[in-house]
Each structure stands twice: as structure tokens, then as C-alpha cells.
Ligand binder design. Structure first.
Ligand SMILES: Cc1cc2nc3c(=O)[nH]c(=O)nc-3n(C[C@H](O)[C@H](O)[C@H](O)COP(=O)(O)OP(=O)(O)OC[C@H]3O[C@@H](n4cnc5c(N)ncnc54)[C@H](O)[C@@H]3O)c2cc1C
Length: 431
């Protein structure tokens, strides 16, 4: 087969790896000048390792990602530290990553702490998530842990991920999945996630595939032998095309997509992401890797991630790396900000976690933003997911909105890429 893949993120590269391994011809087209999509890294001249544009780690339960890394012969590059994850509440940072720490979380009563512990245990043991998608996470969790614990712990989490517009509509199956899969040990790759992306690209190329960067696909059209992709340097035909871009991007580029399938794509909701990355001359917090911030009022972002409390600063020339991150509705004014404007907005939040913070601690800074970063799984989401096989013959969709009930992540991008590659081959073989 001669397959075209739109997007060199983890989904597209994994599909390309499997297809080229089976001897198929594959070209991956990537709009950006780099591979890796949302998991891509960047570097600074005096760093040894690259750093993700958006903070990244794996859970010890991420079997598909771990399996692929093993298959690539890179198991020894994967390691699992146990950093501290915490919650900021009214001037204090509370570690919150074990049963003991839940019991020590004094902003809620002891009875509520016990309730949170029991509910978490129940959700971790529960296997059948299907009935949960009929209920919202907001309703279910408030009823399960009570008003106070919900307001302090889980409402801020829902708001930070889905914003005021969507947080009350997200279904409980998604929340179940989030708690179900979490592990205290968090995995990282020697050299950063970009080193894994580079390894995947090398392997695809060694197996005869091509990865074309800076090659945005502008249109997808029917052709005699399959599909024609409209590209800057001339059109290319493929017997099958796997699109890993956002549903909206697919819709806009495929005028012949039948109306009912296009309507399913249009109905999917999503959030964008914005992060400010700071390379500091000194540490910001005392050992916290991840701090959930209850966004709202004078707290302008949802998470502060001190990466170098997880991965030692030696890999970054001694810099202390801090991300301030947020999920925002597409089109939010912050997407048009530059890094200085964003820093000015975020300073009050940074000073919440360390009132002594001064801007002359900053050695360098970066801002990254993506309009399509987090699908919103509303009630009965399983029925809203568009099929991988689109009604346009030869066109397949493999995208984050189809990852469910799990919270999208690179582990599921690997699973999705492999699954769709297999479906494309099975379809061509008529099996
Ligand atoms: C803030 C944040 C934190 C995250 N944290 C984690 C984490 O800790 N752990 C984890 O595992 N995952 C994390 N993720 C999620 C993870 O990054 C994604 O689930 C995964 O990378 C998705 O891969 P993908 O290939 O499906 O999509 P993407 O990475 O979005 O790749 C799609 C690619 O398609 C390209 N494209 C789009 N349109 C076109 C076009 N017309 N022509 C050509 N190319 C096109 C894009 O440029 C992009 O490279 C995080 C994501 C965000 C935003």
C-alpha cells in the first residue's frame, strides 16, 4: 500500500512505524518544522536534554507507550522517579499524592478526607465505567464526597481542565479513567520526549518511510486511485490517508466529506492550551513537581510545574525549569499574547507559590500555545465519537477526540496509531 499520514505527532509516527515495518510505503506530512506534535520538545544552547513545549510524563500504567519503547530497543532510556504532586490552597502548598497525604490535607475535615480516600479507592477498583458516562463528573463527585471536598478538590480540577463553559458537562467516565490510571511514579525519557520522537522518525525512515516537515496538507480530495493531497510543492496521491489532525482541520480540508460525518466532527468540543516556560537561576518551590492551582480570582493559571523537581537541573545547564500552564477556550485573547504579556498576567500566580519571586531570577522564557489540546468528553461521549473509517473511501481519522474514556495522552496516541494502521491494512486486504 501507499499510505499518506497527516501529522507527525505520536499517533502519526506510530502508525507510520507499524506500516513501514510491514513493508508498506508511507509518507508522513507535518505542517510544523518539527516532529512530535503536542509532545515535541525544544532546546536551549546550554542544555544537554530537550524540554517538552508542554510538560509531559508517563504513568507506570502506560503499557502501550512502554511497549513501543521496548520494541524500539530503548527500555533503558525510560526511568520512573517519584516526584511530589501537590495542591495550592489559600496560601499553602499541600502535597497530595498518597493516602497518607490525603489524610493530612487539613483544609477539609477528617470525615471528608476519609470520604475522599474511600471514593478514590472505589473508583480505582471499579471496572465497568460505561454507566458513568450518563452522569456528569460535577454531580457525581459532589454527591460522593460532599460539598466542601468537592469545592476544594475536584471542582477546581474540572474547571482548570475544561473551563467555566464545560466543567459541568464533562462526564464521570472521564473522571473515573483519570483516577483509575494514575500512578505515583512518573516516567520520563533520557534526553526528553523529543529523543523518543527522533528515534521513531529515524526508525520510520530506516524502514523506507518519509517524514516531510514543513509540509501542511491544504486539501484532501477523491482521486482515481484513492485520495489526492494538496501540498505546497505539488499534489500527491495515496491509496489510503490517515488524518491525525484536529477534527476541525480535517473538516475544513475535505470538502467532499458527507454532511452527516462533517456534522459529527463539528459537534466535538475541545480546549486549547497555553504555557509560559521559565528558566530560573534558582528553584521556585521546595521540591514540588506539580502544583494544582485553583484558577479564578487572583490565581490566573491552573497548574505550576517545576520540572526540575522531577528531572535534575544538571540536564538543563543548572537552570530551574518552571511551567505555568492553562487550558483555555479556543480564541481566548491569551493566544495572541507574547511571552512578556503572559508573564505580566501570570506573575500574581507565581508569587502565590513563592512571595519572594523576582523577575531577575528569570534567565530565559518561552511561550507555547495550541488551539486544539484537550477534547471535552460530554455526557454519552461514546456515542459522539466519529468512526475511524470516514465515509470518504480510503480516508481514516485517528485523533485525540477518539481516545476515550481515558484522558488523552501519548500512551493512547501509540494505541490509536497502531489500531488505525491495523484497520487500514485489514481493509485493504478485505479481511
Ligand atoms: C498541556 C499538555 C500537557 C500534556 N501532558 C501530557 C503528559 O504528561 N503525558 C502524556 O502522555 N501526554 C500529555 N499530553 C497529551 C499528548 O501530548 C497528546 O495526547 C499526544 O501528543 C497527541 O498526539 P497526536 O499525534 O494524536 O496529536 P498531535 O500531537 O496534536 O499531532 C498532530 C499533528 O498533526 C499536525 N497537523 C495538523 N494539521 C496538519 C495539516 N493540515 N498538515 C500536516 N500536519 C498537520 C500537527 O502539527 C501535529 O504535529 C499533554 C498535552 C498538553 C497540551
Amino acid at each position: 500500500m501507499n499510505v499518506g499520514i497527516i501529522g507527525a505527532g505520536i499517533t502519526g509516527l506510530t502508525a507510520a512505524y507499524d506500516l513501514t515495518r510491514q513493508g508498506h510505503q508511507v509518507t508522513v506530512y507535518e505542517a510544523r518544522p518539527y516532529a512530535g506534535g503536542l509532545a515535541a520538545g525544544f532546546s536551549d544552547p546550554h542544555w544537554d536534554w530537550s524540554l517538552e513545549r508542554f510538560y509531559h510524563h508517563w504513568f507506570a500504567s502506560d503499557q502501550d507507550a512502554i511497549g513501543l519503547i521496548e520494541e524500539l530497543g530503548a527500555r533503558e532510556q525510560l526511568f520512573f522517579p517519584r516526584p511530589t504532586t501537590s495542591i495550592y490552597h489559600e496560601g499553602r502548598i499541600h502535597p497530595f499524592d498518597s493516602a497518607i497525604r490525603v489524610l493530612q490535607f487539613t483544609p477539609i475535615s477528617l470525615v471528608d478526607r476519609l470520604r475522599v480516600g474511600l471514593v478514590t479507592l472505589y473508583l480505582r477498583l471499579l471496572r465497568n465505567w460505561h454507566p458513568l458516562e450518563k452522569l456528569t463528573a460535577a454531580e457525581w463527585t459532589r454527591r460522593a464526597v460532599g460539598d466542601r471536598a468537592y469545592e476544594v478538590l475536584w471542582k477546581p480540577l474540572l474547571i482548570s481542565k475544561f473551563g467555566q463553559d464545560h466543567y459541568q458537562n464533562v462526564n464521570m467516565a472521564w473522571f473515573w479513567a483519570r483516577l483509575h490510571k494514575r500512578t505515583p511514579r512518573l516516567g520520563y525519557f533520557v534526553g526528553g520526549f523529543q529523543a523518543l520522537v527522533d528515534l521513531l522518525v529515524q526508525r520510520v525512515e530506516a524502514q523506507g518511510g518519509a517524514v516531510r516537515l514543513d509540509a501542511p496538507v491544504r486539501g484532501i480530495h477523491r482521486a482515481a486511485a484513492g485520495l489526492r493531497l494538496e501540498l505546497r510543492g505539488g499534489d500527491r496521491e495515496h491509496c489510503a490517508v490517515i488524518a491525525t489532525c484536529s477534527p476541525q482541520a480535517l473538516r475544513e480540508r475535505t470538502p467532499e466529506l458527507p454532511a452527516d460525518y462533517a456534522a459529527r466532527l463539528d459537534a466535538l468540543k475541545s480546549m486549547g492550551a497555553v504555557v509560559l516556560v521559565l528558566a530560573l537561576k534558582q528553584r521556585l518551590t521546595q521540591g514540588h513537581y506539580w502544583i494544582n492551582m485553583p484558577k479564578g480570582g487572583d490565581i490566573p493559571f491552573m497548574g505550576l510545574v517545576e520540572h526540575t523537581n522531577y528531572i535534575p537541573p544538571d540536564h538543563y545547564g543548572g537552570d530551574h525549569i518552571v511551567y505555568c500552564g492553562d487550558y483555555l477556550a479556543p480564541g481566548h485573547p491569551y493566544f495572541d499574547y507574547d511571552k512578556e504579556q503572559l508573564l505580566a498576567e501570570y506573575l500574581p500566580g507565581i508569587r502565590k507559590v513563592n512571595p519572594g519571586f523576582r523577575t531577575d531570577w528569570i534567565r530565559a522564557s518561552w511561550m507555547f500555545a495550541e488551539q486544539y489540546a484537550q477534547p471535552v468528553p460530554v455526557l454519552h461521549h461514546s456515542q459522539n465519537i466519529p468512526s475511524h473509517e470516514t465515509p470518504l473511501p480510503g480516508l481514516w481519522l485517528a485523533n485525540m477526540s477518539q481516545v476515550y474514556p481515558w484522558d488523552r495522552g501519548t500512551n493512547y496516541a501509540v494505541e490509536l496509531g497502531r489500531q488505525v494502521a491495523q484497520m487500514v491494512v485489514a481493509d485493504a486486504q478485505g479481511t
